[in-house]
Design a protein. Sequence first.
Length: 405
Amino acid sequence: MNRKLISLAVAAAVTAPAAALADATLYGKAHVSIDWFDIKAIDYKGWGLNKGKIGKGNSRANRFGVKGSEDLGAGLKAIYQVEFGIPLANERNYHIADGEFKTKSGETGLKMRNSYVGLKGDFGTFLVGRHDTPLKISTSKLELFNDTMADYEGTVGFDDIRADNTILYVTPSFSGFQFAAATIPGSASTRDGLRNRKSDSLSEGYSLAATYGNGPWYFGAAYEVLTDQLSTAKANVDAAKADVDAANAALAAATTTADITVANTALADANAALATANAATADTADFKKWRVGLGIRDLSGFYLSAIYEKQKAVDFVEKINGKDNDADLWQGQLGYAFGNNMIKGMYGKNKPDIGDETKSWAVGFDHSFSKRTKAYILYTKVDKDTKGSDEGDWKGFSLGMIHDF
């Protein structure tokens, strides 16, 4: 029955009046790679597609969406976009033949990507929904290994997020200069998907960016804050308080001596857990990041970029054993395009104040069959400077193909 309904829905969309679809664009990206990994921490050497469940690097970001606009007059447009992430190979679990793309919790492998509704005019663009933050956008044009095994998120460790709750404003371009600001309402949620009723502000996170693009020259600077209410530690306190409330309610309802004894024991345990959760937040703080990127894009075929990011209170932890839990990250990329080909390379470091430094590098070759279809080959290696151990080290090879439609 469901298949029949789906077929009818597709048929209805295909046969819809042309006028109704005139301002709607169907688009997407199909990206598949054949990967080989050597991951020391889990003693794994082997092959897979699109990094699989066990692999390193970033998602291949396959997507399917529809976007469009409606002219409202006086230079104003209503804009919208609905975009789904679609795994073309299994990146979610260890099943090899289920075809369902389900996780252990039973969730489908489909996920929402940038999806919103908004207004666009001479004032700029204003939208509300799910979107990449301005910090993430600020240096995306400088990434030569985007959505691959060697992506700078999965190798160097740059912290990019797509906020599920976003109110975003982007100015028009002023001779190449553009500014963006976004606020992230808390909605009783955390970054890692837990519940925290204290995450209730209209701006539990915010992100600001300024960019400049003129011909081959590009510059981006950004600052982003995720408040401590978006942390797991604060969510644990919220959950512990809920347990205390439940225990108090059970005690109030208890009528027999046995029930009162059980309720008092449960309440004591809940209060102890709350005390532990509160103690764990002693070093919890806002997670702050600022980033600067500078690059040359296609200057007689040359591509060159440098990106620096400072992270403070990494993952919401301000201090560990009395030391600041900050990190400095940087990466340089170089590419040269000739004909339909490009050779490229990158080198980067993640240097935390606490813990071991990580170095990463990659080399790659791209061949464009057309403006929409590209094949590539790359090799990347990540080395963590842990004395007496190769834990954290990994390397890999990837052969891939991308088609945009």
